[in-house]
Design a protein around this ligand. Structure first.
Ligand SMILES: [Zn+2]
Ligand SMILES: [Zn+2]
Length: 151
């Protein structure tokens, strides 16, 4: 009987990428990517660690971080530095931006056109070596805006 931890549910794209780089598809790497994709939303390394604890007993937070950073390197996961709070990891890799609530820390996806080419050209003129263009829209989420208005 297949269980959620069955390796047949392993992300085959990750296995292929790792093999191409001569790296091993360790259970940690497979389970962490699968979990991040299953959640379908942004998660911290600690949140991931909490949900994979049963499948990966004894896995330390640094190990989780190392696996997540490898997934970022491979282009399968995005790292979001949303300012305050822990770094978030996002299994949605296609271009999108984020809203960050300055009151409760909630981070949500935001789809809207951003002229990344113009920003890259401007940063190149400034001698800046750009690796990624990320737009963070900061403010209050709907719940917090309502709470503040009611206070
Ligand atoms: Zn909020
Ligand atoms: Zn996102």
């Amino acid at each position: 009987m297949p269980t959620p931890s069955d390796t047949s549910a392993a992300p085959t794209d990750l296995v292929e990428l790792l093999h191409r780089r001569g790296q091993r598809a360790t259970p940690q790497r497979l389970v962490i990517l699968r979990e991040l994709r299953r959640r379908g939303r942004h998660a911290t390394a600690d949140e991931i660690r909490g949900t994979v604890r049963d499948e990966l007993p004894g896995t330390s937070t640094p190990t989780i971080y190392a696996a997540l950073e490898l997934l970022v390197d491979l282009g399968l996961v995005r790292r979001i530095d949303a300012g305050a709070g822990a770094t978030l990891y996002d299994a949605r890799t296609e271009p999108h931006q984020h809203t960050v609530c300055r009151r409760c820390g909630r981070v949500d996806d935001l789809d809207g056109a951003v002229d990344t080419a113009a920003l890259e050209q401007a940063s190149a003129r400034a001698g800046f070596n750009t690796r990624a263009v990320e737009v963070i829209v900061s403010g209050l989420c709907a719940d917090c805006a309502a709470a503040v208005a009611a206070a």
